[in-house]
Ligand binder design. Structure first.
Ligand code: ASP
Length: 337
């Protein structure tokens, strides 16, 4: 008996067209087109497609995640697995958001998309879609991202290439599967601490989008940074520090910023600008202010997962030590503690 798979289409290049001689790509394909262009999907499963948005993913906002999670929840019991088609630009954010909102799942929920539209010459869309649907039938019960012949844990993935067909990488966690002639199911040999426990989703679908994310860079000035932290619109801050978590200390910008955030009870998390590696505040003296004023270490989390997890923790109403505990512990495979 073939499995029942629901494709929830949100937009992105995979469903884009260049209409009326317009040279710009914009969303346009409907669910019917997916099956027409990739009829092989019907060989793999009983596939149904539902268009829940038609967005270039650069326009995706946290309130879209909430709406799309609602669609997933409404259909959750009727299907064996799910594929979310999405633009690549913010796929890692949306996929991370789904992983935190679900917490766990007993069915595969797989994000995919493409670098060239379905139906265009040399498109990578059909291959990604076929891989995603086949893994939605038999893949791991977690939120993942299928792209360029790899299956990655959703909250560990980062878009690193605007032009390669292998556009995503999971720098701090092994791939869940690789698709060659055969599917290599690496997820089956993950250690106990690396696995995500399957179960009914928790549906904790709240995000506070009033998080500001910024990169430390040579020349960052307090005149720019302090007003952001003082703004009532800023409920929390994600600082992308250098390397293992260092910041400039010869001028007082970062120290003053961290003291102010602490005084205003605005949580600050520190993630590395380097996609590979982790925050370790025990190495350099230039990490001292980060330690001293209670910024939360993102460990080896991605920048995307760090932003979304802070939004999620705040959205759940967590503050102070409860938020710190939530952020610094491993919830659904997003960090190695
Ligand atoms: N701008 C597109 C999007 O993120 C890029 C893509 O899908 O590859 O929607």
């Amino acid at each position: 008996m073939k499995k029942r798979i629901l494709i929830l289409h949100t937009g992105g290049t995979i469903g884009m067209i260049s209409a009326n001689g317009n040279r710009f790509l914009k969303p346009g394909l409907t669910g019917r087109h997916f099956i027409e262009i990739v009829p092989e999907l019907n060989q793999l499963a009983r596939v149904k497609t539902q268009v829940i948005a038609q967005l270039d993913s650069s326009n995706v906002l946290p309130h879209h995640w909430v709406r799309w999670l609602k669609s997933l929840k409404e259909s959750y019991d009727d299907y064996d697995g799910f594929v979310i088609t999405h633009g690549t630009d913010t796929m890692a954010y949306s996929a991370s958001a789904f992983s935190f909102a679900l917490g766990r799942t007993n069915k595969p929920v797989i994000f995919t998309g493409s670098q060239r539209p379905l139906g265009h010459l040399r498109t990578d869309g059909p291959e990604n879609l076929i891989n995603a649907v086949s893994l939605a039938c038999d893949g791991p019960p977690e939120v993942s991202l299928c792209f360029g012949n790899q299956l990655l844990r959703a909250n560990r993935s980062t878009k690193f290439s605007a032009s390669d067909f292998v556009a995503f990488e999971s720098f701090n966690f092994p791939p869940l599967a690789k698709m060659g002639v055969e599917v290599e199911p690496f997820w089956q040999s993950l250690g106990k601490s690396q696995r995500v426990r399957p179960g009914r989703p928790r549906w904790l679908c709240d995000f506070d989008s009033r998080v500001f994310s910024m990169k430390v860079f040579p020349g960052l000035s307090k005149e720019m940074l302090i007003p952001v932290i003082e703004s009532p619109q800023c409920h929390g801050l994600v600082i992308e520090a250098y390397g293992s978590g260092t910041v400039p200390t010869r001028d007082s910008t970062m120290t003053e910023a961290l003291i102010l955030a602490k005084r205003l009870s605005k949580p600050v998390v520190v993630v590395s600008q380097c996609p590979h590696g982790r925050i370790d505040l025990d190495v350099y003296e230039t990490s001292l202010p980060v330690r001293k004023y209670g910024a939360l270490s993102a460990g080896d989390m991605t920048r995307e997962a760090s932003v979304v997890k802070l939004m999620h923790g705040l959205g759940l109403g967590l503050r102070g030590s409860a938020l710190a505990k939530y952020f610094t512990s491993n919830r659904c495979g997003e960090r190695s503690n």
